[in-house]
Write a protein that binds this ligand. Structure first.
Ligand code: 73E
Length: 829
């Protein structure tokens, strides 16, 4: 057999031309072949989109090659594997990122130009993959890039939603939502794995069976759906390693239909089949509130069940004893969304693998790790008991059993402190009895991570105080990071080249700490000139985009001041707009001659509001109403412009961030668990105007408070202020700008009434009034710094130089060593 096999392998290698080559001639040939045989267009006539399709298939071939080698290497070395479970990934576009990570961007650009195409033009053909809401989802994407780059044996698991995050369309200044059917034009980046299919069960009853002299629980479901794997390949940078992001799509299961077919109800059978597909059809567009919806729960279990079947199948390929499971498997829960995995692992081990409860629990407690992204206990995910009991009856029993045993243990530790016992219970009693998914996750995970230092403090002292007191050793934090490959190398190639030139190396692309080397040149005149030039070109690109999109012409000499993120009251876009109104009001009331001293600004705001979030939608409308007034006021001209960038997504961020001079991060202190947008701006040399919240606190430690514009109440002051707020005097300036909105200076006074009410003195939960003066001072300091070009450039260079710590490479190395216990496994070149 062995000899036969070897002969076969040799024959295969003979047929193959070993690895694909990457010289421009081979690439050209490949692209043209894909035009003809994959896209099925004539090689003599194809347009940009067809060229893009052929190009992506050619890139995909190269990804597949490396991916096969990586998987063979992982299988051979059999290291402990990390499984990253997340319901959301914001991948954005893949083309540029892939060819840059593969190290063959220039070769492709050459090949294409000889064919008469421009790489950048083709890259614009790609849609934006938005299978997520915001920070949490982009974090997953950044972490996948780092896992691949750092050679960790990791798999990402998620859902292949047919509709990603809605498209935001603005009509008359109001947000409207349109479905994002992102698969309309096909998705060349994914590989459908029809043979990797698992059956996922729902509903039904739990029966008891006799088993080895005792009783055994058996779940008898009455609905089944098939989960089909779609693999997305994630290439590392500067390594051959290419890992898998496996997304599941729901397909109807043949088992369901037999009865209907037998009774002749053909039409209903087909309709029922289609219903199965709705499970993976749509992403929930809320990034804070959890509504106990059945479909959402179905999504969560569908994803968890398919992923675990896949993981256990892979384990069983080479192992027969589940005692080895913790040595081979780490399961990372990205927030509580995948936490049904805990009950599912217990069910599989106890009901299907026949392990005892205590052995199964011991194994589970060694494999799960949990990262929470939440600051407010009220925002935690809860599942109504009735809902869970109907959809997953066996899981409900298991969760009750976990809770019973946990509470028994707890009573031994803390006695009969019923308040505390009921706070810590996994089951919340009340009008709607529900499961607290965070409590379940903490009880079973050996490590609970926060996403910044401040967040960890809040977890210990407020959110999970009781649990911290019980298990202090479980609580840690890993400050978030973002990948410099996407956020500098892909999105800001000229800054990337400049950094490499001055550092004399490209090594920082894999080792961000090297950026500190720029500090040495922070006052170097030559670097200043080149730095300003790069920034100016990026601003010109952004100005063109703004004009094309909104018709507003902006001057690149103005300060580009940007706030881009989901619209939320706690993120205080309203504070930004009130500040802009104040600026406008000041300019209007100034003598003409004094206007010469005003620092011109282009204020840019972008972000989506959850479809049901009324106040957030009003903020978007207000932004448009104010923009309408300011941008058309001949007194103002270039001194102040306000533009709203519609349909903010990863692709838009890649264009806007490199062109920003100043970016705003205004969350009320203690509300942003981390924030990652600020890190992207920082790397790109944009100065931050921010509150001391989330990861900003650590940015201050890295670059120093003098290199940014800080304002507002500190985390510890917020509760005190909230108590005092109703008795505080509202600053006059604040009262004036709110009154302008309230009295209809920008029109729509009825519509804005509730928005204005939300910041009235006895109602101002997010403390806009209390922070307003300090906000204006920070803005004035930014103006002053901007006039001094050299000072500004120096601060900008120091921002980039100090951003090394905020690479997701650092975060992932930290997780690997301290939380997951996994080691690098590099596929040979
Ligand atoms: O502070 C951000 C953090 O930077 C936090 O609000 C966000 O996660 C980012 C990454 O750690 C977040 N997203 C969600 N919760 N926190 C969330 C909740 C429900 C659905 C989707 C996302």
């Amino acid at each position: 057999r062995l000899g036969e096999n070897r002969a076969k392998v040799e024959r295969m290698f003979g047929l193959m031309d070993r690895f694909l080559k990457n010289d421009p001639a081979t690439l050209q040939n490949d692209i043209v072949n894909h035009v003809e045989y994959t896209v099925a267009r004539s090689r003599f006539s194809f347009d940009d989109f067809e060229a893009y399709q052929a190009l992506t298939h050619s890139v995909r071939d190269r990804l597949i090659e490396r991916w096969h080698d990586t998987q063979i290497c992982f299988r051979r070395k059999d290291p402990k594997r990390l499984y990253f479970l997340s319901l959301e990934y914001l991948m954005g576009r893949s083309l540029s990122n892939s060819v840059i990570n593969l190290g063959i961007r220039d070769q492709y650009a050459d090949a294409l130009s000889q064919l008469g195409f421009d790489f950048e033009v083709l890259a614009e053909q790609e849609g934006d993959a938005a299978l997520g809401n915001g920070g949490l989802a982009r974090l997953s994407a950044c972490q996948m890039d780092s896992l691949a780059t750092l050679d960790y044996p990791a798999w990402g698991y998620g859902l292949r939603y047919q509709y990603g995050l809605f498209r935001q369309v603005i009509l008359d200044g109001y947000q409207h939502e349109q479905p994002d059917y992102w698969l309309n034009f096909g998705n060349p980046w994914e590989i459908e794995r029809i043979h990797v299919t698992y059956t996922v069960k729902f509903y039904g009853t739990v029966e008891e069976e006799n088993f080895k002299g005792g009783k055994h629980k058996v779940w008898v479901p009455n609905e089944t759906v098939e989960a089909v794997a779609y693999d997305n390949l994630i290439p590392g940078y500067g390594t051959r390693n290419t890992i898998t992001l496996r997304l599941w799509a729901a397909k109807p299961s043949d088992q369901n239909d037999m009865e209907s077919y037998n009774t002749g109800d053909y039409i209903n059978a087909v309709v029922n089949r289609q219903r199965a597909e709705t499970i993976s059809s749509i992403l929930y567009p809320d990034d804070r509130s959890h509504q106990g919806k059945e479909l959402r729960l179905k999504q969560q279990y569908f994803f968890v069940s398919a992923s675990l079947q896949d993981i256990i199948r892979r384990f069983k390929d080479t192992h027969s004893n589940f005692d080895d499971f913790p040595e081979k498997v780490a399961l990372q829960l990205n927030d509580t969304h995948p936490s049904l995995a805990i009950a599912e692992v217990m069910r599989v081990l106890v009901d299907e693998e026949n392990l005892s409860w205590s052995r199964a629990w011991d194994i589970s407690c060694k494999i799960f790790t949990f990262t929470t992204h939440t600051v407010l206990p009220e925002a935690s995910e809860k599942i109504p008991v009735d809902l869970l009991g109907s959809l997953l009856p066996r899981h409900l029993q298991i969760i009750y059993e976990i809770n019973f045993r946990f509470l028994e243990e707890l009573k031994k530790r803390i006695g009969l402190d019923y308040d505390r016992l009921s706070r810590m219970s996994i089951i919340e009693e009340g009008a709607v009895k529900s499961i607290r998914m965070a409590n379940l996750s903490i009880v079973c995970s050996h490590t609970v991570n926060g996403v910044s230092k401040m967040h960890a403090e809040l977890l210990k002292t407020r959110v999970f105080k009781d649990f911290y007191e019980l298990w202090p050793h479980k609580f840690h934090y890993k400050t978030n990071g973002v990948t410099q490959r996407r956020w500098v190398v892909v999105s800001n190639p000229s800054l990337c080249a400049l950094i490499s030139k001055w550092l004399g190396t490209e090594a920082w692309i894999r080792d961000m700490d090297l950026l500190v080397g720029l500090q040495e040149y922070a006052t170097n005149g030559d670097l200043h000139e080149e730095w300003k030039m790069v920034r100016k070109v990026n601003k010109m690109r952004l100005a063109e985009y703004i004009e094309a999109m909104s018709g507003v012409k902006v001057s690149v000499d103005a300060m580009f001041d940007v706030q881009l993120k989901r619209i939320h009251e706690y993120k205080r876009q309203f504070l930004n707009i009130l500040g802009i109104i104040h600026r406008y009001d000041c300019i209007k009331n100034m003598e003409k001659k004094d206007r010469r001293n005003v620092v011109p600004r282009v204020c840019i705001i972008g972000g989506k509001a959850a479809p049901g979030y009324e106040i957030a939608k009003k903020i978007i409308k207000l932004c448009h109403a104010v923009a309408e007034k300011i941008n058309n006021d001949p007194d103002i001209g270039d001194l102040l412009k306000l533009v709203f960038i519609p349909d903010y997504n990863i692709t838009v961020a890649e264009l806007v961030i490199p062109g920003a001079d100043l970016s705003q991060h205004l969350s009320t202190a203690g509300h942003e668990a981390s924030g990652t947008g600020c890190m992207k701006f920082l790397m790109n040399g944009c100065l931050l105007l921010a509150t001391a919240d989330g990861s900003t606190i650590e940015i201050i430690e890295e670059i120093g408070a003098d290199n940014m514009f800080l304002f507002g109440a500190k985390v510890s002051e917020v509760p005190v202020l909230r108590k005092k707020a109703p008795n505080l005097k509202v600053p006059l300036q604040f009262a004036r700008v709110v009154r302008m909105v309230r009295n209809g200076y920008f029109g729509f006074e009825d519509y804005f009434e509730s928005l204005c009410d939300s910041v009235e003195v006895d109602n101002d939960f997010y403390l806009l009034g209390a922070d307003f003066e300090s906000y204006l001072e920070a803005q004035a300091a930014a103006d002053k710094a901007f006039i001094d070009e050299e000072k500004w450039t120096q601060m900008s260079i120091l921002s980039t130089a100090g951003s090394g710590r905020f690479s997701s490479d650092r975060t992932i190395d930290d997780y690997a060593e301290k939380t997951w216990g996994i080691e690098r496994c590099r596929c040979p070149a």
